[in-house]
Design a protein around this ligand. Structure first.
Ligand code: ZN
Ligand code: ZN
Length: 331
């Protein structure tokens, strides 16, 4: 099969990804073999390729938004050959620690991740533990479903972490794949959404989806916010996002990687019980809830497709902010 591997992490200009020809992987006990039909390109893949995240598996195949078809199941009663299935970021947890046993498996110290600890979906075939594979809603194409599997699920968890009250005012900083899905989930629940992003195209997309306003990243929203989510991996946006919060507001940082946060001023940025929170991966329950929502609420998923043979171009485009919505690889 064809697959892309991270040979030597570094800036995209150094060509960290190489395309390989290799045998189809063999599923281990409890795993499914999946023929990849679409794989989303996530900013985390860029962090893996460029070395912002430490190497967990040398020469890993990136990609953790995989939509595919089950070819062979190994002792699985959840899926049969021919089923459409999703492979997402969380790949395994220990199942016994205090986090796993209290509904917080996203914090399991023994957790493993697709496209970081194990090979992912920048390939024609992939494997997944059947217990961590996702059933997918109907009414969407393979390409539309791919970004739901990380961008959508993480955006959904970020919304929960941001504690958006019913009918509340939500600010979204950065408007890529995850943000455009989180905005729709918030609007569906009656929130007023304000978007702060550097990209004029993304501002147009935000307004088209129903955002009340769209402005540049460092501009203040037109009203104080109950909640904000920082999707851009830019630490210098933390102070303006905190300053935009009303009393008692919450800022959730959605990314796995963030550049340095500047010194905060306690009175300006934190006092009056403003909360600053991170978002760390997701639980399988978050994923199931979000995919259930996607079954009943039709998300408009903006995608740009690339052939699998252009995975490096897709990642470079993401690095340079040239992708509107979500990039998706199609083998
Ligand atoms: Zn655990
Ligand atoms: Zn991701």
């Amino acid at each position: 099969m064809r697959a892309w591997r991270v040979r030597e992490p570094g800036p995209m200009s150094t060509g960290p990804l190489v395309e390989c020809s290799e045998p189809v992987p063999r599923p281990a006990a409890g795993e499914l073999l999946v023929r990849v039909r679409a794989c989303g390109v996530c900013r985390t893949d860029l962090h893996v390729a460029e070395g912002d995240l430490p190497v967990h598996r040398s020469g890993v195949v990136p990609g953790h938004e995989v939509v595919g078809e089950v070819l062979a199941g190994s002792r699985s009663d959840r899926f049969v050959p021919g089923d459409r299935v999703g492979i997402a970021w969380i790949r395994g947890t220990c199942g016994t620690c205090r986090y796993c046993t209290s509904g917080a498996e996203n914090l399991c110290p023994g957790s493993t991740y697709t496209g970081w600890d194990a090979d992912g979906g920048y390939a024609e075939f992939a494997t997944v533990d059947a217990a961590y594979a996702h059933r997918l809603p109907g009414g969407y194409s393979d390409v539309e479903l791919a970004p739901l599997l990380c961008a959508g699920i993480i955006g959904y968890r970020a919304l929960r972490r941001a504690d958006v009250p019913a009918g509340g005012r939500l600010g979204i900083y950065g408007f890529g794949a995850s943000a455009h899905l989180a905005a729709q989930a918030a609007l569906a629940r009656g929130a007023t959404v304000h978007v702060m992003t550097r990209s004029a195209t993304a501002r147009d997309l935000a307004l088209g989806l129903g955002a009340a306003s769209a402005q540049g990243t460092t501009e203040a929203p037109p009203e104080p916010l109950d909640s904000a989510i920082l999707f851009a991996p830019v630490g210098t946006l933390v102070p303006p996002a905190l300053e935009a919060l009303d009393r008692g507001g919450t800022l959730a940082i959605a990314g796995i990687h963030l550049s340095d946060v500047p010194t905060l001023d306690y009175q300006r940025h934190l006092f009056l019980e403003r909360d600053l929170r991170s978002v760390t991966a997701n639980t399988r329950a978050d994923a199931a809830e979000f995919l259930d929502l996607a079954a009943t609420h039709r998300f408009r998923v903006h995608t740009t497709s690339y052939p699998l043979s252009e995975a490096d171009t897709a990642l470079a485009d993401l690095a340079h902010g040239r992708v509107t919505g979500a990039a998706v690889l199609v083998p």
